[in-house]
Design a protein around this ligand. Sequence first.
Ligand code: NAP
Length: 309
Amino acid sequence: MSDGEKKQAKKLFNHVVVVGLGLIGSSLTRAITQRGLAGDVSGYDASLEVRDEARRLDIGAQIVDDLSAEVARADLVILAVPVGAMLGLAKEVCPHLKVGAILTDVGSVKGAIIKAVEPFMPKGAYFVPGHPVAGTEFSGPEAGFGHLFEGRWSILTPVEGTDEAIIDKVVAFWEGLGSHVELMSAEHHDIVLAITSHIPHLIAYNIVGTAADLEDVRQAEVIKYSAGGFRDFTRIAASDPVMWRDVFMNNKEAVLEMLGRFSEDLTQLQRHIRRGDGQALEDLFDRTRKIRRSIVEAGQETEKPDFGR
Ligand code: NAP
């Protein structure tokens, strides 16, 4: 999308407040401003250091020090803090929401966040939980960029009974940022993301941890020969420790269920190798290669070799 086209995007809100100015929050402020989706955008972070950094970087928002005053005049408030911080933040933010205001979030887990936020929602304001399935392994306001959400999926998990017009407005917002949008239940979201995102991160953390525990000589070789596959796991395993701690603490059930399935399949693979069943291995690898191709065809990855990472 050219800058000219972005500017033509429809203004959907008069005043948007983004709380948490890390990778996702600062990408949001940049994207909302670049695409003209709001009359004005404010940003707040609990950390004074992050607020100062965001002011220095010019992330497309006015950085404020008083959150409650800002929330009181907002049409849309977006919580972009780690999942574990959502409960405390909801207590702080919700009492100030004006009638008609929409509250949303970007947390990677949905069931636990709904449970944490809903009890604090005042009458007349609306909560529409969300999760942009877009990100990188970097954190902080310097890591954000305005095209993060373009061509990526954003999932909304509205609770039953939410006004359709309000959901449509949040859908239009994410589409305005260049995302495709899908609606599903929070429970379904948490299961799907457990296998597509949470377990892959757990596996990466585990394999890199195993390598780190090897004796010195072998560890040096792991680094030297990392292009053999290990390197790709280290990128994922470099993801924000606090964010991922919170994901596993708040999506326990779905992660443990998927981990059980994963362990069974791993045991099966172990058996194929022990028995010398090459055909079974090849059949699986054929199937997995097709999955990779379908991800490329769906535009969620490119075929280009990525030796430069
Ligand atoms: P991040 O880069 O670490 O940024 C989070 C920011 O929120 C930090 O600056 C943090 O400050 C601040 N914060 C923490 N508690 C706060 C509070 N109570 N009030 C205001 N600010 C507070 O994290 P992120 O990657 O943007 O992730 C934010 C959310 O997006 C998480 O819920 C995550 O699950 C979700 N998400 C992440 C990705 C991804 O790939 N990273 C993708 C999709 C969704 P301190 O550092 O001082 O604590």
